[in-house]
Design a protein around this ligand. Structure first.
Ligand SMILES: O=P(O)(O)OC[C@H]1O[C@H](OP(=O)(O)OP(=O)(O)O)[C@H](O)[C@@H]1O
Ligand SMILES: Nc1nc2[nH]cnc2c(=O)[nH]1
Length: 179
């Protein structure tokens, strides 16, 4: 299939990872999760907005009982320099004694996951792990253990399949990288 470059706001992006490859890689991780969490009824916590498409396709591939809930992190303006991430919003149910799997679209610097995990741990879950569609190891500024990475990528800004550039591009079926 032909994938011409796309323009979003002032930037051009070229095809990077095709939908077919994304979906196949998700199937592999979902099979692993279905095996490792059998009899544990995991609670997936999808971190909005970016993870909505990944969470949907991941759930469709799960072959065991599981639940999903959606959370947001309160907005912050200066994460780049301070690493500050505010608290979790939208978590209505108790996660005490639950096996929690955080569903992220991307782990880049790792600030988000590094801030989220201790907040979840403090609520007494049986376990907390992370499933991330994309992981950028070269960009990490934290020591992180992402147990269920779907794909590792280089240190490029990417859009599509839920990921945006200033609000645009989330609807693209494939993942593109900035040119
Ligand atoms: O590892 P980090 O450097 O913390 O980056 C990863 C975070 O950045 C994106 O969220 P963003 O704040 O852009 O919100 P969005 O999901 O609504 O697009 C993404 O969805 C991750 O949550
Ligand atoms: N769209 C997008 N959002 C991000 N958030 C952190 N890293 C990225 C990235 O590469 N692309």
């Amino acid at each position: 299939m032909n994938h011409p470059p796309v323009t979003l706001h002032d930037k051009k992006f070229k095809i990077y990872i095709q939908e077919r490859k994304i979906l196949h890689s998700i199937e592999v991780v979902a099979a692993r999760l279905s095996h490792e969490y059998r009899d544990k009824c995991p609670l997936f916590l999808s971190v909005l907005n970016g993870s909505f498409m990944f969470a949907s396709d991941l759930m469709k591939e799960m072959s065991i009982d599981c639940e999903i809930s959606f959370i947001r992190l309160s907005s912050y303006s200066d994460m780049g320099s301070t690493g500050q991430v505010k608290e979790i919003m939208g978590l209505k149910e108790s996660i005490k004694y639950r096996h929690v799997v955080v569903v992220e679209d991307i782990v880049d610097t790792g600030h988000t996951v590094a801030a989220l995990l201790p907040q979840l741990q403090s609520q007494g879950p049986a376990s907390v792990e992370v499933a991330a569609l994309l992981v950028k190891p070269e960009a990490h500024e934290h020591q992180l253990d992402i147990k269920y990475p779907v794909m590792e990528i280089g240190n490029d800004f990417v859009v599509g399949y839920g990921l945006d550039y200033n609000g645009l591009g989330r609807n693209l079926r494939d993942i593109y990288k900035v040119m």
